[in-house]
Ligand binder design. Sequence first.
Ligand code: S3P
Ligand code: PEP
Length: 430
Amino acid sequence: MVYQVNPAKKISGEIKVPGDKSISHRSLILSSIAEGESEIEGLLEAEDCLSTMGIMRDLGIEIEKKAKERYTVKGKGLDGLEEADDVLDCGNSGTSMRLLAGLLASQDFYSVLTGDHSLRKRPMQRIIGPLSKMGAEIWSRRNGLAPLSINGQELSSMEYKLPVASAQLKSSILLASLKTKSETVIIEPAVSRDHTERMLKGAGIDLEIKADRIILKEAAKRKLNPFKIKVPGDISSAAFFIAAGLLAESGELLIKNVGINETRSGFLEVVEAMNGNLELLNRKEQGGEPTADILVKASKLKGCEVSGEIIPRLIDEIPIISVMAVMAEGKTIIKDAEELRVKETDRIKAVVNEFEKLGIEIKENKDGMEIIGIQTVEGGIEVDSYHDHRIAMSLAVLALNTEKGITINGSEIISTSFPNFKELLLEVVK
Ligand SMILES: O=C(O)C1=C[C@@H](OP(=O)(O)O)[C@@H](O)[C@H](O)C1
Ligand SMILES: C=C(OP(=O)(O)O)C(=O)O
């Protein structure tokens, strides 16, 4: 689908972004294995989470839609899932595949997980390795790529040091460990989003966090209590609007009720380092997560370095940070971000290629990129989404700051995480 985005000088208004994608996936999975009925409000109704929902239904869980973004899930406990009679399709969603592989590895039945063309190219050896160490029978006949065949069975606990700071990997191991009896210890090389830990604790699981260690305590039998959750707005989706508001020549934009969990909100620290004018108002706690309304004002940004421990806390926001860098004064250096190469597409390559098409000066490095602002971008050409929602939305925000606008091909992929992105963008462009 072709998407034409025209330049805009003023961004203003008040908006609400859809529910957090990571928390929505986890709400569906954990409520399915809780003992009794859970209620989810504000669930992200985007392709990725609908894939997880479809799979939980295929596994015998009753999930009922009560109203827009409101669902009840009749959890059947840790032993209540049933073998599906077909392969389980994760679509474009890495989170679905990695978390569910962990869950299914300990279920007493056979499952096959597959996904779309992009997901079937993403590395799954990172979960196959540790899950196999726990005794899982999980195979890929395609060199660590999906489809994955899982012959579920009893697993044993372990102590495991993650080779990459990945929340999907740690969550996969945590889910696989729920039915083991002894202690599981996961050691993180750097902090990554902790939604799984928060939600497991909230559902009554005995989990201890000690410095870089996550300890699932020894238990005769573990069980999850059903829960009610209001999913906060997704900071990764809000980031596109924060960038649009900061880069505009004028205007004030209020984004209501966004999750600001600090294991996830490194983007806000980068905005501060770039001199962005942003205020966090009305701070609260919702669904076990800190939230705030974010007030964004047009700003004069300056370049900065983004590297080290902050990377896992803003990994999905790097494409939009690169857009901000084009319009910021001075150089922006992004380092230690090789993980970007194994997302929905190689996000370093995609940003570099499409920026170069637009005449933007950018240097590609193995683990990131370097961008010198302030660049005038003429636009008036067609660019590609690379079948990656975050690339498509980043290019849309860049288009607002060009002279002639940009045409983005393959924009239908935006519905992976943010189905009403285009409507919201039209609403704030003045
Ligand atoms: O756990 C999650 O919900 C996610 C973790 C991150 O992936 P990694 O765990 O591969 O870093 C992130 O990129 C993805 O969008 C969502
Ligand atoms: C990488 C992403 O998601 P996933 O890994 O779930 O496909 C993303 O949403 O940017």
